[in-house]
Design a protein around this ligand. Structure first.
Ligand code: SAM
Length: 252
């Protein structure tokens, strides 16, 4: 798939992964994040959860961290001084665009690290280990990670993750424990989160199909749109086998 077309597709979408404002409220309540907290939105995409974070946590200060510069541009200037958009990697290694790891000693400490649909870029144990020193005393991490809900997945379920090795819920729990965290709350990502993601994509697909018809986008974009439509159909068929798992955890 053409990476530039893939990113162009996502740049204009309202969200880049499954999730809703209710997920944010659930995680903030479980973490006990209070008024005036400092929050890191790690792998923020276009910042679809920033508003919900600021609604769930009065007077929150949010740092949105992203490797893809066009996403940062989408966030910058949309909020007041309480929201900062930073270009950099949330992990210990450079991001996929080569951007340097963010300096958490300078940006933090954070009362909550929120990471919706992005932790798989690092792996749960690596991410939690790296973020530990960025957390304030009593701080917590909330994330969603791809999982299999069955130990006998169908071929279609394995193919859904496009070759990425995706484990079961127990493997996510074990990674959290191995990083020295205790789980405060956990649940499968509700179906509403996936439907919100696909609804955002539907708008973007319609807009880009019109661009293709007008000759302003080509075959690479048509392939991206076909794949996005297939993903939605496949998830609806496979949702008992594949999904995201949401975890709120705090260092022991
Ligand atoms: C599936 S999207 C989710 C975005 C957003 N949280 C949402 O729910 O819409 C994953 C995001 O992680 C970002 N990302 C990947 N690796 C990263 C890294 N090392 N540091 C920061 N962001 C990263 C990608 O650019 C992408 O925007």
């Amino acid at each position: 798939m053409d990476m530039a077309a893939f990113l162009r597709f996502h740049e204009g979408a309202a969200r880049q992964g499954p999730g809703t404002a209710e997920d944010v409220g659930w995680a903030v309540a479980a973490a006990g994040t209070g008024k005036g907290a400092k929050v890191l939105d790690a792998g923020a995409g276009v910042g679809c959860d920033i508003r919900a974070l600021r609604e769930a946590i009065p007077e929150a200060e949010v740092v949105a961290l992203e490797v893809h510069e066009a996403f940062i541009e989408a966030i910058s200037g949309r909020y007041g001084p309480e929201v900062t958009a930073i270009h950099g990697s949330m992990g210990p290694e450079p991001g996929f665009d080569g951007s340097a790891p963010a300096d958490f000693a300078k940006l933090g400490p954070f009362d909550l690290i929120w990471c919706a649909g992005a932790i798989y870029f690092l792996g749960v144990e690596t991410a939690l280990t790296h973020w530990r020193r960025a957390l304030a005393e009593g701080g917590a991490v909330a994330f969603t990670a791809p999982v299999m809900f069955t130990d006998t997945p169908s071929q279609e379920a394995v193919a859904f993750w496009q070759g990425d090795p995706v484990g079961m819920v127990d493997e996510v729990r074990q990674a959290v424990t191995a990083a020295g965290y205790q789980i405060l709350a956990e649940r499968p990502e509700p179906e509403a989160g996936w439907e919100a993601y696909f609804a955002a994509q539907k708008d973007r697909i319609a807009a880009l199909r019109a661009e293709i018809a007008a000759g302003r986008e080509g075959a690479e974009m048509a392939e991206v749109l076909d794949q996005a439509e297939r993903e939605a159909q496949q998830w609806r068929t496979l949702k008992r086998e594949v999904g995201y798992y949401a975890v709120v955890a705090r260092p022991e």
